[in-house]
Ligand binder design. Sequence first.
Ligand code: CP3
Length: 353
Amino acid sequence: MTETRKPLLATLLGEATWPPPVWLMRQAGRFLPEFRALREKADFLTRCMTPDMAVDITLQPIRRFGMDGAILFSDILILPWAMGQSLDFVPGRGPVLGPVRSQADLERLDPGRVTKAIEPVMETLQRLRRIVDGPEAIGPARPGQVTLIGFAGAPFTVACYMVEGHGSREFEETRRLAYTDPAFFDRLIDLLTTATADMLCAQIEAGAEAVMLFDSWSGLLPPSQFRRHVIEPARRITEIIRSRHPGTPVIGFPRLGGLMAIEYGHQTGVNAMALDTGADMKAVAAQVPDTLVLQGNLDPIRVLAGGEGMRAEARAIRDAMKGRPHVFNLGHGVIPATPPEHVGDLIKTIRDV
Ligand code: CP3
């Protein structure tokens, strides 16, 4: 009998499958020539908000490489934009937002606008789910084996962009504000916690089979702030999702959390935890509950470099996790300069057991 459950979904629900399922953060992106071609036709927000394009971009990496997971093509900044914050993706500079730094700025945001604003995203998910569950194979992926992943930014990481107004290495303004006006910062995190949970539930209702919470900047926080702005919101979001959609796994990604990631794994209730490149997977596995699925964590630069070094390191991570539910992935997103052949070689290496 062949598998009836999708390998990635089964693993996220706690089954140890061999070889492990594989997908890559930022698998739909600039390293693919077919993605760059669409980029010339429409700006980033238009691509996110046009179901024809978003469906196509989501499936581009699956058609080429047949990953086990298809992650919705969208962005973590769609949520603040849907609540009314101005957002522009400026080529060469990244996202630019009208900063939210005062109670008055906060009051101008309206979570009531989100459902309507993200209707195209919901349509994208509905169409994607019909395609992944349809009778036709998507490239080398077998029919009915691809899991559809929805996602959101975690409250702290989204707050970083909302307060700072743009990307940054340090997000000094955001972290300063969390200390000088903790009541304001708590209200912002609270608003984002509820809005994020609601949006992820809407994604699940539209067809997402698993959801991931990206906390890319959580590693900037000291322990007390990490507990308050990273662990507690992730715990609440997971609790809300589980109460409404008990069978849908949640993946948390407390990037650069170091030792605090261990606490995150114990306290938040997420089904799976994605680890960044710096984590020793096996050491983490020994310190978290066996029921916590781990995802990760090959260095994206290894894939940029390719060759036998990449294959050996990928096998070492895969083999170290044998017997435990593990989802193979990178420690962060695919680098735009990565040759697509290296990604193909990586997927093949993971599956070749
Ligand atoms: O992983 C995927 O393939 C799914 C889609 C996805 C995107 N962004 C598409 C995107 C996901 C999951 C994200 C998450 C995201 N967005 C995060 C968290 C993960 C991480 O990488 O840490 C963050 C911090 C953002 C915010 C963001 N979006 C930035 C800082 C930028 C500009 C920098 C850059 O890489 O260009 C974006 C734009 C963006 N989001 C692009 C893509 C493919 C590039 C847009 C383009 O030029 O076409």
